[in-house]
Ligand binder design. Structure first.
Ligand code: C5P
Length: 226
């Protein structure tokens, strides 16, 4: 039997606003590894369901939508980040909105929707390695990953970061409103029956409250390159 060396995976899980997206992209670029933004998959399905006018509580219809939606990631100029195409349409900007986040969170609580996205996520594990950003990367999708991190930050700090991001994009939001939305989404994600948001037992917990991006990147990289 040939010895199969499995492709290494670094899972980075945590709640929204913990800095996962930024940190995962920087760490993947540093390591020269592939990047899976699993939240974008749930956002894409929520978005496609919205475009199709589906009732998000219609489990069968939303599951079919998850099975059939064509999602493609395309690397763009660095400053622009990765662009996401949903059923042939560049939906990158729509996917970043709070509405898309709320729709993603709603459909992500359906076990059949999560199941429909498993193979797609496993397919990202390619040589030389993968950085997988999400909520259940270390617990459900890549439980055998050799490197696992769970990022957190206080809800107030996460709301502040999100507020700054959205303001820079010219969107009109309030800090209090954002913090309430973040807390509501956290509790929905943490209390759902399937793949609840929780750290894997073997994950390194990193609280990023008050930490700069560089320091978080260095801490996460130290897990892979001690
Ligand atoms: O990370 P992001 O904010 O893009 O994720 C959007 C939503 O998708 C989350 O609030 C969560 O409900 C869901 N999600 C999930 N499992 C993942 C990634 C995201 O349930 N692995």
């Amino acid at each position: 039997m040939p010895h199969v060396v499995s492709v290494p995976v670094l899972t980075i899980d945590g709640p929204s606003g913990s800095g996962k997206g930024t940190i995962s992209a920087l760490v993947a670029a540093h390591l020269g590894w592939h990047l899976l933004d699993s939240g974008a998959l749930y956002r894409a399905v929520g978005y496609a369901a919205g475009v199709a006018g589906l009732d998000l509580s219609d489990v069968e219809a939303v599951t079919r939508c998850a099975e059939q939606t064509k999602i493609r990631f395309r690397a763009a100029a660095e400053a622009d980040g990765t662009r996401v195409w949903v059923n042939g349409h560049d939906a990158t900007d729509e996917l970043r909105t709070e509405t898309a986040g709320a729709a993603a969170s709603a459909i992500a609580s359906l076990p059949t929707v999560r199941q429909a996205l498993v193979q797609l996520q496993l397919g990202f594990r390619k040589s030389p390695g993968l950085v997988a950003d999400g909520r259940d990367m270390g617990t459900v999708i890549f439980p055998d990953a050799p490197f696992k991190v769970f990022l957190t930050a206080s809800a107030a700090e996460r709301a502040k970061r999100r507020y700054k991001q959205l303001k820079e994009k010219g969107l009109s939001v309030t800090l209090g409103g954002l913090q309430r939305e973040i807390e509501a989404r956290d509790s929905r994600d943490a209390s759902r029956a399937v793949a609840p948001l929780k750290p894997a037992e073997d994950a390194l917990l990193v609280d990023t409250t008050g930490m700069g991006i560089e320091d978080v990147v260095a801490k996460v990289l130290s897990v892979v390159q001690p």
